[in-house]
Design a protein around this ligand. Structure first.
Ligand SMILES: CC(=O)N[C@H]1[C@@H](OP(=O)(O)OP(=O)(O)OC[C@H]2O[C@@H](n3ccc(=O)[nH]c3=O)[C@H](O)[C@@H]2O)O[C@H](CO)[C@@H](O)[C@@H]1O[C@H](C)C(=O)N[C@@H](C)C(=O)N[C@H](CCC(=O)O)C(=O)O
Ligand SMILES: Nc1ncnc2c1ncn2[C@@H]1O[C@H](COP(=O)(O)OP(=O)(O)OP(=O)(O)O)[C@@H](O)[C@H]1O
Ligand SMILES: N[C@H](CCC[C@H](N)C(=O)O)C(=O)O
Ligand SMILES: [Mg+2]
Length: 487
């Protein structure tokens, strides 16, 4: 669909100057990408304002400008569309440009502070194993059935989302599971999509650098449920106090899942070990390879979603017991010397607490827990002392190190984490700026049967410092360190 008037279908429009009967080649929101006859959307961002680049876009051949504030002088032969919300307009136009692929498959969005990647990846695995061509849009990767594409965002920009949804549709996919982040919702990256259902995992402290406060963070998450139509389902965790809030204004049919509250889908963690857990879903007991009480929630959400999408209960249960854990989520390695090392993507206070609690529950004797953890740069500062506190409180030894420092000084981030460590826990604390060195130190300190947790970067295969991404893989570093020790 390339005529401007078709692309504008559903967009909230103030004024239009020029013809909308023209074709465009592509939609762009970055002037540096503009080519001949492209439509350029000017967006006010967090760093700069796209309106400043309208002339540049015209110089590169744009034939249509979509913006909030029209320029004083309008160029001839150019179409100008004024809209109160260019971000939303971009998302709706992107969906139109690709012929609204979300309408041709069952698209399910997963939101919440923690568990989005886990739930959406498990659903992808489950539907693939049930024999359906399926898509996945996640923090780790985008998948169109078995084809894998790299991604930089949890919820990419609307052009990327719709491009891959179109590829899913064109290759015959029936389902797509996608993560919907709070940044994605706030920047309207998912406007214009038709969701068949949405899932809420939980809401705890994160991203309070970007959102004004917790209430605003919560309100943004709710937008996913407000966006659903009445044919959709809205599935929320009823043990989380915000589960009910998400449902307040939705037109969708509401369902709950919980371990502690009586609701539609009920679960129970019966037993857990290092190689999995025995859980009860409604009245059926099943074994899963995934570890940790937080994964009981994730598995329950997966079960409920599969049932709401029409799969048969016994088939779902059979496949759930075959599901593999997701890369970098409680991924563990037992060294021949008896040390267990775990890599986990816990980068929020709640996730760190849950992982350390799970480790504590799995301890069989007096094993020491040695935690290596850092906090990302250019992200919420307020979670740093909280994570520092949790790590030092719940470990026998804690090594603060760098995560992705981005543009910040790593030592300053570590100082902010140290500020959360209580006096009585100071003796447990080491700080090693170099992450590889921190992992080596933890492995050297570990005695027979001790547990080393390396938290925060999970599946990531890079470390970002001052805008440069260098290769870095926690799991590889652990194996190297423990193998060297064995020799
Ligand atoms: C803070 C944030 O989310 N920023 C996102 C946002 O960019 P921005 O608002 O900063 O844009 P800007 O740089 O101010 O530019 C404004 C506009 O001018 C345009 N521009 C700019 C320069 C130029 O020469 N010409 C030009 O046209 C830009 O293309 C843009 O349209 O819009 C961009 C396009 O969609 C995103 O790539 C960018 O993500 C940045 C890189 C980012 O790091 N985002 C993270 C925080 C993020 O989104 N994370 C969430 C996960 C969070 C979670 O864990 O829950 C995610 O979904 O990935
Ligand atoms: N349901 C859950 N409740 C609490 N913590 C969880 C849950 N699921 C996973 N976690 C913890 O959070 C970490 C991140 O999990 P996951 O990647 O699934 O979350 P996410 O919501 O996708 O995160 P992101 O915002 O980075 O995309 C895991 O490594 C684990 O420590
Ligand atoms: N989606 C999260 C991921 C954080 C992962 C952590 N390793 C970091 O780099 O801070 C974010 O962008 O805040
Ligand atoms: Mg994720």
């Amino acid at each position: 669909m390339t005529l401007i008037k078709d692309i504008l279908f559903g967009v909230s429009i103030g004024t239009i100057y020029g013809s909308t009967d023209k074709s465009i080649t592509a939609i762009q929101f970055d002037s540096r990408e503009v080519g001949e006859n492209d439509l350029f959307v000017a967006i006010k961002g967090t760093l700069t304002d796209g309106h400043q680049y309208i002339d540049k876009a015209l110089g590169l051949g744009a034939n249509c400008i979509v913006c909030e504030k029209l320029p004083e002088n309008l160029a001839e032969d150019t179409t100008y569309v004024q809209t109160p919300d260019p971000q939303s307009a971009l998302a709706i136009m992107a969906a139109n440009y690709y012929d609204n692929p979300s309408k041709s498959l069952k698209l399910v969005g997963v939101t919440g502070t923690n568990g989005k990647t886990t739930v959406s990846s498990l659903l992808y695995q489950l539907f693939r194993k049930a024999g359906y061509a399926t898509g996945l849009i996640s923090t780790i990767k985008i998948k169109v059935d078995d084809q894998v594409y790299p991604t930089k965002h949890t919820t990419p920009d609307p052009l990327v989302i719709n491009k891959y949804l179109a590829e899913m549709r064109d290759t015959g996919a029936s389902y797509c599971f996608m993560e919907v982040s709070s940044h994605g919702l706030d920047q309207k990256r998912t406007d214009g999509l038709v969701f068949s259902g949405a899932i809420f995992t939980n809401l705890t402290h994160d991203h309070l650098d970007y959102h004004k406060d917790f209430a605003e963070y919560r309100n943004v998450k709710k937008r996913l449920f407000d966006q659903l139509d009445k044919k959709a389902f809205a599935l929320t965790n009823q043990d989380d106090k915000n589960g009910g809030f998400m449902l307040q204004n939705t037109k969708a049919t509401k369902y709950g899942y919980a371990l502690k509250t009586y609701t539609d889908y009920r679960g129970q963690l019966l037993e857990q070990q290092f190689d999995g857990q025995l859980i009860k879903i409604n009245d059926n007991e099943i074994w899963s390879r995934l570890i940790g009480g937080f994964n009981t929630y994730n598995l329950l959400a997966v079960y409920a979603t599969a049932e709401l999408l029409g799969l048969e209960a016994m088939e779902i249960l059979r496949i759930i017991s075959e599901l593999e854990s997701v890369d970098g989520r409680f991924q563990y390695y037992k060294s021949p010397t008896g040390v267990t090392a775990i890599v986990d993507y816990a980068h929020t206070p709640d996730a760190l607490k849950n992982v350390l609690r799970t480790i504590d529950e799995l301890r069989t004797g007096n094993e020491n827990v040695i935690t290596v953890v850092g906090c990302g740069g250019d992200r919420d500062h307020s979670k740093r002392p909280v994570m520092g506190h949790i790590a030092s409180e719940m470990s026998d030894t804690v090594i603060f190190t760098s995560d992705n420092p981005r543009s910040e000084d790593p030592a300053t981030i570590i100082n902010e984490m140290e500020a959360g460590v209580e006096m009585q826990n100071q003796r447990k604390l080491l700080s090693v700026v170099d992450r590889a060195q921190a992992i080596k130190t933890a492995c050297r300190l570990a005695q027979d049967k001790d547990i080393v947790l390396v938290a925060g970067k999970g599946h990531e295969t890079y470390q970002e410092t001052q805008g440069v991404r260098s290769e870095f893989d926690d799991f590889k570093k652990i194996k190297e360190a423990l193998t060297v020790l064995e020799k």
